[in-house]
Design a protein around this ligand. Structure first.
Ligand code: FES
Length: 245
């Protein structure tokens, strides 16, 4: 077999003036059962990508807002199962990780126009809510620190406004539902309460109704078209310079 001759380069002497880059501290995490060394300052999502995996499902905003990146993990010498968002939770040495890119959840189809904003709607669509044993596991699992059990109790009382209020910042990551021993899908109940509140109980904004009518009559079509064609930077500028009432 022919071999190509490669000119040997003299090794360069290290120059004294060059400062050595500080070494990154690494920790070991287990991804799908395999050990990887990753930087200790990485988030779980960053660690998975550092280890060479491409995340196709289970990532969205990457900033703790969309709830797409639910993760469960264990730590060495600890019997507990922990949960969190992969994009905001930092790795720890010996962490054993499992991603949950989609949580199978009970979600009945309903027509909001035919529902009543009271307890009968929960009785009909989510009867399992009345099996709540008030163990608070859902609250402990919530990466948003929401009082999940409290809003489930409010649903049992038919207090739509309180369910809406307490579940307002829910990301629908599903971690509450996977831990619930009564198999309640808390985040969908919160979603239903928000819809009921918006449709039947909230004070209607006259200005909003007027604007919706105008949109339906195509009053802003020309402006919408211009926005759609606009370059991203200009669009950003316009957005930040907008009038806020
Ligand atoms: S990717 Fe959106 S919350 Fe983590």
């Amino acid at each position: 077999m022919a071999t190509r001759k490669v000119a040997k380069k003299k090794p360069k002497k290290p120059t004294k003036s060059k400062k050595e880059a500080p070494k990154m501290k690494m920790v070991t995490v287990y991804i799908m059962g395999e050990a990887y060394k990753v930087p200790e300052e990485a988030t779980i999502m960053g660690a998975i990508e550092y280890a060479g995996h491409q995340i196709k499902r289970g990532a969205g905003c990457r900033e703790g807002f969309c709830g797409a990146c639910a993760t469960v993990y264990r730590l060495p010498g600890d019997y507990k199962i922990y949960s969190g968002l992969a994009c905001t939770t930092l790795v720890e040495d010996g962490m054993w990780l499992s991603q949950l890119p989609a949580i199978p959840a009970h979600k009945p189809v309903y027509d909001i126009d035919k529902l009543k904003p009271d307890v009968t709607t929960f009785q009909k669509l989510y009867p399992e809510v009345f099996r709540c044993i008030a163990c608070n596991t859902c609250t402990k699992a919530c990466p948003q620190d929401l009082e999940v059990m409290d809003y489930i109790q409010a649903a049992i009382r038919g207090d739509i406004e309180q369910v809406m209020d307490l579940s307002f910042d829910c990301l629908c990551c599903g971690l509450c539902a996977i831990r619930c021993p009564s198999e309640i899908v808390q985040f969908n109940i919160g979603l239903l309460a928000k819809r009921l509140y918006g449709k039947y109980l909230s004070i209607k904004g006259k200005q909003l109704e007027k604007r919706i009518k105008e949109i339906k009559k195509h009053k802003y079509d020309k402006e919408f078209k211009e926005l759609m064609k606009m370059k991203k930077e200009l669009l950003k500028k316009k957005y930040y310079e907008r009038d806020i009432e």
